[in-house]
Write a protein that binds this ligand. Structure first.
Ligand SMILES: Nc1ncnc2c1ncn2[C@@H]1O[C@@H]2COP(=O)(O)O[C@H]2[C@H]1O
Ligand SMILES: [Fe+2]
Length: 274
């Protein structure tokens, strides 16, 4: 597996920006459940830029596009180019990988699924997509690749990234669409105590949960939010958001979710799904 290598001075933390579930369309006029996803993505990018934090890397954790079009991936890339930072990505259940891989590669956005960050950290990005269904599964190929990547750098603190949540979110309807073979992920990780944190998207809400002695973080979508702890499909009126992660040289992580401060992107709370 080819790794992206980012040089980071030995004594400083690495700063990551996680963007997830943009659900972009072919044209900038289209909406998901009443939210124009291009405009909410642009508003998130503007808010992130206004914060003027140093960003070492952007990680995009799936559902970049809603309609499988190359144009949606071009729109994603145009947004990333505004930040002028390296970006890595992984697919979600709505993504169409033929268009995603080609379009992003043409736009100079790296296909790498392993990132070495300075001397202390690595990121490993997994593909949990199962074609045509909303739930996730890690194939034997993915699990084997993960195992090999972990064995290559067992002394590095490691963040695992994937689209689907491996632990229940508390939303019954979303938990039917979770990572089906989370136990197999746990089996691979059990030999690697420095792989302590898993970062995902998919559930369109903030979560910070314990799982198998590890920490699972999920992040709001840049468009529509789902309400926590619901049995059936329920939209939340919270604003689009993103997550900052700071990876410290001693292996600790500081992280926080931020959201747009205005309420411009109100979804249609009566929608019944998509
Ligand atoms: N009403 C619904 N009931 C169950 N699942 C739904 C409903 N509407 C949409 N979904 C699926 O649930 C998924 C959860 O997040 P996604 O963005 O992957 O996309 C969503 C759809 O694929
Ligand atoms: Fe999504």
């Amino acid at each position: 597996m080819n790794s992206l290598v980012l040089e980071i001075a030995d004594n400083r933390s690495v700063r990551l920006l996680q963007l997830t579930d943009m659900h972009l369309f072919r044209t900038p006029h289209e909406s998901l459940l009443g939210v124009n996803t291009w405009q909410s993505y642009q508003a998130v990018l503007a808010a992130v830029s206004a914060e003027r934090h140093n960003i070492d890397l952007v990680v995009a954790t799936g559902d970049l596009a809603q309609d499988q079009s190359p144009e949606a991936y071009l729109a994603f890339a145009a947004g990333i180019h505004q930040l002028q930072k390296p970006c890595v990505w992984l697919p979600g259940n709505h993504d169409f990988q033929p268009a995603m891989v080609n379009t992003l590669a043409h736009q100079g956005i790296c296909p790498q699924k392993s990132v070495l960050l300075g001397a202390h950290w690595q990121l490993l990005l997994l593909d949990s997509q199962v074609h045509g269904v909303p739930h996730g599964l890690l194939s034997d190929y993915q699990l084997q690749g993960l195992s090999e990547a972990l064995a290559r750098h067992p002394q590095r603190h490691t963040v695992i990234l994937l689209h689907h949540h491996p632990t229940p979110s508390g939303c019954t309807w979303l938990d039917a669409h979770s990572l089906r073979n989370a136990h197999q992920l746990a089996e691979v990780l059990q030999h690697y105590p420095l792989a302590k944190t898993i970062v995902c998207g998919h559930i369109h809400q903030e979560m910070d949960a314990g799982w198998q002695g590890r920490r699972v973080l999920s992040t709001p979508s840049t468009c529509v939010q789902f309400r926590p702890q619901c049995t059936g499909f329920t939209i939340d009126s919270l604003s689009p958001g993103w997550r900052w992660l700071e990876l410290h040289p001693n292996g600790e992580i500081s992280t926080r979710v931020e959201r747009l401060s205005d309420t411009q992107f109100q979804p249609d709370l009566h929608s019944e799904g998509y």
